[in-house]
Design a protein around this ligand. Structure first.
Ligand SMILES: Nc1ncnc2c1ncn2[C@@H]1O[C@H](COP(=O)(O)OP(=O)(O)O)[C@@H](O)[C@H]1O
Ligand SMILES: [Mg+2]
Length: 606
């Protein structure tokens, strides 16, 4: 814990040096205020006594009085100073530190997101990671400054009697130990509660999500979700309360012990004053400082438990910052002749024992149009994710242009592939930004954006500057099919060597789907394409069809070749064409009718 706390000071100094140094100085000044206060009070009272007794001039009173006022001013002004420095530090952190965190997110190896520990870390840092580190720093500095104050005060007490300090610290030590123990309990609770916390966050997001809410309402299931959320929330609150109450049980002991010490101090001071062992100044200074000491003791305990909670988050931060990254190398040369080779690739998802790809081998030449077909769960999307470098094979190799894929930087991979993922994202940004994300350097190239949209069959009359989605007041909400056209346009914007389309037409109506395939034909002429679709009519257009079954390549060839074979492809195609041609009475699955007609009745293969 100490290491984390010290680290936070290091991080602060790195990202917000000047305000941090000023804050440290300010805290140091503040921490010597209580002992100095005692010392000045004592001298002031004695100077007043001497002045009244005509044994000393007024100047003594003025000097000590001025010094006392000065330390009081430090104390009074410290809140303001703290606040202002805090704002400066948070601003500097937000600018510098948050940028580092976001950069890390950007470079993170995607497979990390499969790891529950990592998810914990990412989530615990929250949406404002810079505030976490700021809190840890300020709580740590606070606790340290209190320790210095107490040590200084003890030094003053020791001048009168060593026992005052000895007894005080003998009482304080077990208290601090209890504080540490309690922190552990709370930390453990946070760790075990993490999955529940994630569930709770998910459920509340579900209730606030427009689409989910719509469906839940139709099913009449909102209340069920709400009750589920409440149960988890109540359980957490109960456990947290229990831990907190358990942690503060010894508070009674603390109060009693400190009260005993205070009584001992007062009686002892009265005894010393009457015996002439201390002067009146010391007496008044010590008695008035006792309130400060008592309140310091209890705030120190709070401070420690805050530091411990913050430290937990710092630990998550360090786990996060040490996660593996994809190679950066933005300046590496684009891949030449990007031939794709899968060589006996085996793959399991992290956290899963089930092999998804079992020795997959195939080759795709630049400019080739390939259809990847297979039933649900065959591993098609997984191949796409491996191609994009989101995951890495467990064994076997993937080469792009002769280079192992792991050696390629993300920008090199971007120059090879642009992808429409099956579960593509709808960004609540402007139409311009939504498309430009495919190749951000074209953000202001209206002609390129509009051409990509046209090729993606976007026909809506919506200006590029329009906000899409529900985030903005004037946001235009789109249908699934419309979002999909934007996703396709986005991938068409980039000049990558290959376009990967993972079920790019699932949300389109059959007519639009057929038109989309026609445009793919025309726009992809010079580019390679890996097309994944349930609808085999689209595979007919491919130069090569790779048939996947339960993580294995079972057939490869053109439509004609595969239809001539007894195998999965011809079985799937025949099954599907039965649907297409039903009622037409011609039964010719390779019929010459335009794809459009057949696709009217296309169905998903299960
Ligand atoms: N993130 C994941 N973690 C574990 N298993 C996964 C993950 N994503 C997909 N799978 C499993 O991998 C298998 C192949 O999935 P996928 O490649 O998406 O199939 P499809 O051919 O339908 O695109 C499926 O059985 C699926 O359950
Ligand atoms: Mg898929």
């Amino acid at each position: 814990m100490l290491k984390q706390a010290i680290r936070s000071v290091g991080v602060m100094l790195k990202y917000a040096r000047v305000p941090t140094l000023l804050m440290l100085l300010g805290q140091l000044a503040l921490s010597v205020e209580p002992p100095l206060g005692i010392y000045f009070t004592k001298n002031l009272v004695n100077a007043i006594g001497a002045y009244i007794g005509h044994t000393a001039p007024l100047s003594g009173v003025l000097v000590w009085g001025a010094l006392l006022v000065a330390v009081m001013l430090v104390s009074a002004g410290s809140g303001l100073f703290h606040g202002i420095m805090g704002i400066y530090m948070q601003r500097a952190l937000n600018r510098n530190f948050t940028a580092v965190v976001l950069e890390k997110f950007k470079n993170l190896d995607y497979a990390c997101f499969e790891n529950k520990e990592v998810l914990n870390s990412v989530e615990r840092m929250g949406s404002e990671p810079h505030m976490r580190i700021y809190y840890l720093f300020s709580h740590t500095v606070n606790a340290l400054s209190m320790l210095i104050s107490l040590a200084g005060t003890a030094l003053v007490f020791t001048q009168i009697s060593v026992w005052f300090s000895v007894i005080y610290f003998v009482l304080l030590a077990p208290m601090l130990w209890f504080d540490f123990k309690n922190m552990e309990v709370i930390q453990k609770l946070w760790n075990t509660e993490m999955p529940n916390w994630r569930r709770r966050t998910y459920l509340s997001a579900l209730l606030a999500d427009k689409n989910a809410e719509f469906e839940l309402k139709v099913f009449g299931a909102s209340r069920f979700i709400l009750t589920k959320w409440k149960t988890i929330a109540d359980n957490f609150r109960r456990d947290y309360l229990r831990a907190r109450i358990g942690a503060s049980k010894y508070g009674v002991f603390r109060v009693l012990a400190l009260a005993g010490w205070a009584v001992y101090m007062i009686l002892s001071m009265i005894h010393r004053l009457s015996g002439g062992m201390v002067d009146i100044g010391t007496f008044i200074a010590v008695i008035t400082s006792m309130g400060t000491v008592l309140s310091l003791s209890s705030s120190m305990s709070d401070s420690f438990s805050q530091v411990s909670e913050d430290c937990l988050i710092m630990r998550h931060f360090h786990i996060f910052m040490n996660l593996p990254e994809v190679p950066k190398g933005d300046d590496m040369a684009p891949v030449q002749n990007p031939r794709i080779v899968f060589d006996n690739v085996c793959f399991k998802y992290p956290n899963s024992d089930r092999p998804v790809l079992k020795g997959v081998s195939f080759e795709i030449n630049p400019g080739e149009r390939v259809a990847l077909v297979g039933e649900n769960g065959a591993g098609k999307s997984t191949i796409v994710k491996l191609l994009c470098g989101l995951y890495h094979p467990d064994s076997g190799d993937i080469y792009i242009g002769g280079v192992p894929i792991g050696k390629l930087s993300s920008s090199q991979l971007r120059s090879v592939f642009s992808v429409v993922f099956q579960d593509f994202c709808s960004y609540e940004l402007t139409l311009r930004e939504n498309v430009a994300l495919g190749s951000i350097d074209k953000l202001h190239d209206d002609a390129a954006l509009k051409s990509a949209l046209a090729r993606g069959l976007w026909t809506e009359d919506i200006p590029l500057s329009a906000n899409l989605g529900k985030l903005e007041e004037d946001g235009i909400d789109l249908s699934g099919g419309q979002w999909q056209r934007i996703a396709v346009s986005r991938s068409l914007l980039s000049d990558s060597a290959f376009i990967i389309l993972d079920e790019p037409t699932a949300a389109l109506d059959p007519l639009a789907e057929s038109r989309m395939y026609e445009t793919f034909q025309s726009v992809l002429q010079s580019r390679g394409c890996v097309m994944i679709s349930h609808r085999l009519a689209s595979a007919k257009l491919a130069d090569k069809i790779i048939v996947l079954d339960e993580g294995r390549v079972v057939q490869t060839g053109t439509h004609e070749v595969l239809m001539a074979q007894e195998g999965l492809y011809s079985r799937m195609f025949t099954a599907q064409s039965a649907w297409y041609t039903e009622g037409e009475g011609d039964g010719d699955e390779q019929g010459q009718g335009r794809g459009e007609d057949r696709l009217q009745t296309a169905v998903h293969l299960r």
